[in-house]
Structure formats: C-alpha cells, structure tokens
Design a protein around this ligand. Structure first.
Ligand code: PXG
Length: 458
C-alpha cells in the first residue's frame, strides 16, 4: 500500500475532499479532520502518528478474535486463488457457504438449521422482514404482517433497518418508513423504572408493552416481535431477568414470531455462541453478522428456524430475494476460519467462565463508586457505564451527551477506545481480552473519569 507516501495532513485533506463517512456531521469532520487508523495487532489499534490505542469496541462490535490473525488472511487468499466468486442463484452454489451453513446449524440453537446469507446486518434484517411476511402469506395470512419493535433498537441503516430500529434521529430523516412497524418501550430500567419499582416488575411491565401492542393491532395482524437480546448501539441496555421469558410466553400465546437480532451478541459475546442460548429463549429467526468473520470480511447470516424453513420448503414457490454476494465464497471461507479460532481457543467459554465475570467484578469494584458513575452493568464482554451528575438522584449533566463525550475524549487521549451513547459509555472488546487487558482498560477508564469529572464540575 502506498499511503505511507502521504502525510497525515494530506490524507486528511483527501478524505475531506472525497470521502463521506457514515453517521457523521460532515461540516464538523471537515473542521476537525479524521483520525487515521493505519494498523492493528491483537487488542490494539495504531493511528498514523503511531499512537497505541486499546480497542474497547472490537472495531465496531465485530473483531472478536482480535487483530492480526494470519489464519484469516490465509483463508481469504487461498479461496481467492481457487475461486474468488461464484453466485448461489439459479440452483448453483460453492463449497464454502455450504460448509459454513452446516457449521452454523451445529452451533445455533437446536431449532435453527437453515441460513440465508448477505453482506451486512442491515441486509440480513431486510431478509428477515421479507421472510417473515412471506411466511405468513404462505400460511394464508397475508394480513398478519405487523412487526413490533422497540424504541432505542438498532437494526441497521438501510430503509428497512432504520424502520425496524427505534432511533428517533434516524426516523427523523427517513421521510417515509416501511409501513406497519410499531415501537414500544425498551427494557431500560435505569431510566424507565418508576420510583420504587424493582427490576423484576419493571421487566414484566416492559414486556407487557409488547402484549398491549399485539392486542391493539389484533393478534391476527401481528407477524413478529423483533429485538436485540441486549440492545447494543442503543447503549448496552440489558433487560431484567423477567423480561425475555415473558416475551417468549407472549409471542407463543398470540402466535407471533420471535425475531432476534444478534448482530452484536452473536458469536460468543455473552458467553454462549448466541445470546438466545444465554437467555434460554427460542427464536424463529436470528440475525447475525459482524463477529461471524470478526469483521475481516463483510458477511451476514440470517439463521432461520425450522418452523419458517419447513413452510418455505413444503409450500414451495420462489422467494424473490437475494444479493449478488449472498454466500460469497471468500467471506464464508474467512468465517469458517474465524469460527475455528473461536473454538480452538475456547473464547466463548473464556468469556462465560473467566473474563465475563472478571469484567463484571472489575467494573463494580473499581468504577461503580466513581463520583460521576450512576450505574455499571455488563453481560459477558459487553458493558455500560452511566455518567451522571448526581449518583443518588440519577440527575444527568446539562446538554445530553456532552458528559459522556468528555469521558470518551479523555479515554481516547489515554489510549482507550470506547463509545458514548447519549450519556452512557459502552464497551464491547475483542473476546481475546485477558484479565490483564481488563485491568489495563479499567485503569485507563478510571483516569478518564477523573479527568472528565474535573472538567464537568468546573
Ligand atoms: N443489527 C444490530 C443489532 C446492529 O448492531 C446492525 C443490525 C446493522 O448491521 P450493518 O452491518 O448493516 O451495519 C447493527 C449494526 C454503533 C454502531 O455506533 C452499531 C452498528 C453499526 C454501526 C454503528 O454502535 N451496529
């Protein structure tokens, strides 16, 4: 690569002149210039100035096996030389998506034995929505097409993803959502529980919002409920234990399909291959992407439950849907090699038995008591830290998002990459983190909190 011939300033100028970034205020970016990340190794990324940064976000919730894995580069290289591309349309396919589908059926919950591929989580959710509506049409109930989702959900950034998602700013720019999708309250106890309401009761109330939406529409008009087992981009919102079993009960009672979006939680993050297994729930579709290849190649896999799959096969008729890159052989080869690493290194078990509990404990012992921390919570290697002005009353600092952005900026200056969602700091590191890496992260975050508190209380 020849980027070394350019100075950082030159690269920033070219970037500003030609590259529109995702989720970015382009005026702001032009004024500030972008940070160039140029290489990465293990749990660290390095910018063009050589600064080492501990990557608390695994890229963007995806690099579960960490950086610099030769096996993945070699799998891609070998596949590109043998067969760089062929499609899976017209009764053709190639060996790697076939073998990956078998592997996914092995690690997925028992009722999930079919896979539909795409290249991103957004595409997979588009497939999921179309498939679920197609299913009910095949069952002779085309009017059973309403989807219930939640405020704060993130399901991608295409028109379908945005419509399924519950991000109000994104909806504000949509100018026409996909019809027949409604949103109810999320199971976010920290902000939405009533004074004196315990977690258990709050979880049941949040689930009841789904039941109310079903009753309002009439169960015959409701196709499915969609939810992230743990809301990720919305701020690592972990539902109380009472929530998911109640959602499952409600879905079964009204014959409403359960669609889980595991684009973030899939492939080990919560200490099982899928969060459905961690939470003990049975879904009809599970959307996965990101860590399927640890981000080394774009690939998504919608896992499809036996109920939907058997109707598709038994009723027949073409499902008019698919992408050029559905089942891309190179991406699938990388996914197989990635799952192999996760298995051989026991990363899922490590999260469940060692690093997940260690992270939970470290957050509680070392950061929860901090003067601007209202709550810490985590599941597996996925965590949130609520930033508040007043721990007792949960009052936030002025200007939503400013406080957490202050923490984030100090963290970054201290070599710690983490994200801020409004006034919640979030962490979703590679699964290769050890206890020592967690210690390092807590120390850097602690320092960032100290510096931010000093700034914010000025
Ligand atoms: N579902 C979930 C649960 C996601 O987290 C998508 C679908 C869409 O995947 P694609 O591959 O189309 O981006 C996601 C993606 C953030 C952030 O800032 C999170 C995502 C994407 C971009 C930014 O936390 N999640």
């Amino acid at each position: 690569m020849t980027y070394q011939n350019y100075s950082l300033k030159q690269l920033q100028e070219i970037d500003a002149a030609h590259h529109l970034h995702p989720f970015t205020d382009h005026k702001d970016l032009r004024d500030a210039g972008s940070r160039m990340i140029t290489r990465a190794e293990g749990p660290f990324v390095y910018d063009s100035e050589g600064k080492e940064i501990l990557d608390g976000m695994a890229g963007l919730w995806c690099v579960n096996v960490g950086y610099g894995r030769n096996e993945l580069a070699e799998a891609a290289y070998a596949q590109m030389k043998e067969l760089p591309y062929y499609n899976s349309f017209f009764k053709c396919t190639t060996p790697t998506p076939t073998l990956l589908a078998k592997k996914l059926a092995e690690i997925a919950p028992a009722n999930m034995n079919q896979v539909f591929y795409g290249s991103s989580g957004s595409e997979a959710n588009d497939t999921a929505l179309r498939l679920v509506r197609h299913y009910w049409a095949l069952e002779g109930k085309p009017q059973k097409n309403r989807i219930i989702s939640r405020n704060w959900a993130y399901h991608g950034s295409t028109i379908t993803g945005t419509s399924l998602g519950g991000m109000s700013a994104m909806h504000g720019q949509l100018n026409g959502a996909v019809p027949n999708i409604v949103h109810v309250m999320p199971p976010y106890a920290y902000e939405l529980a009533r004074p004196g309401e315990n977690d258990h009761d709050f979880g049941l109330r949040a689930a009841k919002a789904v039941e109310d939406a079903i009753l309002e529409a009439g169960a015959d008009n409701v196709a499915a409920f969609i939810g992230e087992p743990v809301m990720g981009a919305g701020g690592v919102k972990i539902a109380p234990e009472s929530y998911w079993p109640e959602i499952q009960r409600i879905c079964r009672k009204y014959d409403v399909l359960l669609m889980l979006d595991e684009v973030i939680t899939g492939y080990g993050r919560t200490g099982e291959w899928f969060a459905a297994q961690t939470l003990g729930i049975e879904a009809d579709t599970i959307t996965t992407a990101k860590a399927l290849t640890s981000g080394y190649q774009p690939l998504s896999a919608l896992l499809v439950g036996d109920r939907i799959a058997s109707t598709l096969v038994e009723r027949g008729g073409e499902f008019y849907h698919g992408y050029t890159y559905s089942g891309h052989p190179v991406a699938c080869a990388v996914a197989l090699a990635n799952l192999d690493i996760i298995e051989k290194e026991g990363l899922v078990e490590r999260v469940r038995e060692e690093t997940g509990p260690y992270l939970a404990n470290a957050l509680t012992e070392r950061l929860a008591g901090h003067g601007i921390v209202g709550e810490v919570r985590s599941i597996g290697l996925m965590a949130a830290i609520e930033i508040v002005k007043d721990k007792g009353t949960r009052e936030r600092f002025e200007n939503v998002g400013f406080a957490a952005a202050t923490v984030r900026d100090h963290a970054m200056a201290n070599g710690m990459m983490m994200r801020a969602v409004n006034d919640t700091m979030i962490l979703s590191p590679p699964l290769i983190w050890t206890k020592e890496t967690i210690d390092m992260a807590c120390e850097r975050i602690g320092k960032a909190l100290d510096l931010a508190e000093r700034d914010l209380r000025k």
